[in-house]
Design a protein around this ligand. Structure first.
Ligand SMILES: *Cc1c(COP(=O)(O)O)cnc(C)c1O
Length: 430
């Protein structure tokens, strides 16, 4: 598969080059040249196919033959070594739990898939690759865990000081080996801007091979389309009119869902559920795209002022505002509404959600008001104990920490503080 840059000023790329480079030389995001729909037989056979078989078929056209079929099968099986259960709350609302991986956030799948692709491409290569990644919370941990010990790959994670949860911070600052954490005086947008500047800094990229493990990287972004297929596998016999409410920050996840739909998965509609960082909610109301600096909220992984994947969504809909609006709704919720939703989900369904999932639940409720025939699946993108302070405070009940979280709690944080791009550059070059 060839990939082109959405800025259209760079040569087409192979999958391998897109994974290793992250961003095109013209600063554009890479996008697959073609999305060929899968056969009806494929979707009809979901009952008999395993999760790995579904995932392999769905991702194959984007990755082979650069990664041989047999290798890709192994990569997919290794990546998906945990569960993706759908939990039904009522006749109209279910949740798809994406938090059963090693760092208990949905980003584990993309990070593990990308790490294995990069490991494959790097297997005979003596040039070290440095993965540079900005995190608003969960990316850092998932990438650190996914890439831990991968040969020939160093990982440098930038995170906004004081703006990630304690557990998230532990997950990205305690692994050691080939993983380094940089604690940035600033917001997530500042971290993301520094990473972008680094990729474009020739005096740096002459010295080292940099790549990104944010959802701008196609190998991090595309595997997220699996989730929508996994939910469909579990629900299609019971419900028609399946819609997905995706708690959104950089819009990589919802955009991957749209790729699944392009592949032929019968998804009726998407809902991008936002906290007060709501540039897309406002865009769908006004047709005016007006990014604002990010605001800190209790669903911090969605505190993104300028979502980097929105341009990919625009590409899928060929910049046609009406077509986009037909297929995507977006709602925005305050922290207070999110807390109330956490409590409502707990009281009504005896289910403990996390703040991001709670925003997704609210998106379902808003959509269902006018679309009572739909079955809305909100993605539970992180385990509730990753946001222990908020969750325990709201539902007023102590939570038991899962093994994966307990394992990092006692470890000592190791991070280097930086404030500016110059600090970052010095750190990378030393
Ligand atoms: C990253 C993240 C999101 C946002 O996902 P995007 O693909 O950036 O839109 C939502 N919830 C959690 C818990 C996350 O870690």
């Amino acid at each position: 598969m060839k990939y082109y840059s959405l800025n259209k000023q760079a040569p087409d790329s192979t999958f391998k080059n897109a994974v290793i480079k992250g961003l095109a030389p013209d600063k554009g995001l890479y996008f697959p040249e073609n999305i060929a729909p899968l056969s009806q037989e494929f979707f009809d056979s979901f009952d008999t196919l395993s999760y790995s078989e579904i995932a392999y078929e769905a991702i194959k056209q984007f990755v082979t033959p650069e990664i041989p079929e047999a290798t890709l099968k192994t990569i997919v099986e290794d990546t998906l070594s945990f569960d993706f259960p759908v939990v039904k709350l009522n006749e109209n609302i279910s949740t798809l739990e994406l938090f059963h991986g090693p760092t208990m956030a949905f980003k584990d799948v993309g990070a593990r898939f990308m790490a294995r692709c990069l490991g494959y491409f790097n297997k005979d290569n003596t040039n070290e690759v440095t993965v540079l990644v900005a995190t608003s919370g969960d990316t850092g941990g998932a990438v650190a865990n996914g890439f831990l010990g991968v040969k020939g790959v160093k990982v440098v994670i930038l995170y906004p000081s004081g703006k990630v949860s304690d557990i998230q911070e532990k997950q990205l600052t305690t692994l050691g080996q080939n993983i380094t954490a940089l604690e940035v005086d600033g917001t997530f947008d500042d971290c993301q801007a520094m990473v972008k500047t680094a990729f474009l800094d020739e005096s740096l990229t002459r010295e080292m091979q940099l790549t990104s493990a944010n959802s701008i990287n196609v190998a991090r972004w595309l595997p997220q389309l699996f989730y929508f297929m996994f939910a469909y596998k579990q629900l299609h016999k019971t419900y028609k009119n399946i819609v997905f409410s995706v708690p959104s920050g950089n819009f990589g996840n919802v955009c991957a869902g749209m790729v699944a739909q392009q592949l032929g998965l019968p998804i009726k509609h998407f809902i991008a559920s936002n906290n007060l960082n709501n540039v897309v909610t406002r865009y769908l109301q006004s047709a005016l795209y007006d990014p604002k600096p990010s605001i800190q909220t209790i669903s911090n992984a969605m505190d993104v002022g300028a979502p980097s994947n929105f341009i990919r969504i625009q590409e899928i809909y060929k910049n046609n505002f009406e077509h986009l609006k037909d297929n995507l709704s977006s709602y925005s919720f305050t922290d207070e509404e999110t807390r109330n939703a956490l409590l409502e989900i707990y009281d009504n369904y005896n289910y403990v959600a996390d703040p991001h999932g709670a925003v997704g639940y609210l998106g379902c409720k808003s959509y269902l008001e006018n679309n009572p025939d739909a079955h809305c699946v909100f993605l539970e993108t992180a385990h509730p104990t990753k946001f222990l302070d908020v969750v325990e405070d709201v539902i007023n009940e102590k939570q038991k920490l899962p093994e994966q979280i307990q394992a990092v709690m006692g470890k000592t944080k190791a991070a280097t503080r930086i404030a500016t791009y110059t600090d970052l550059k010095q750190f990378l070059l030393k």
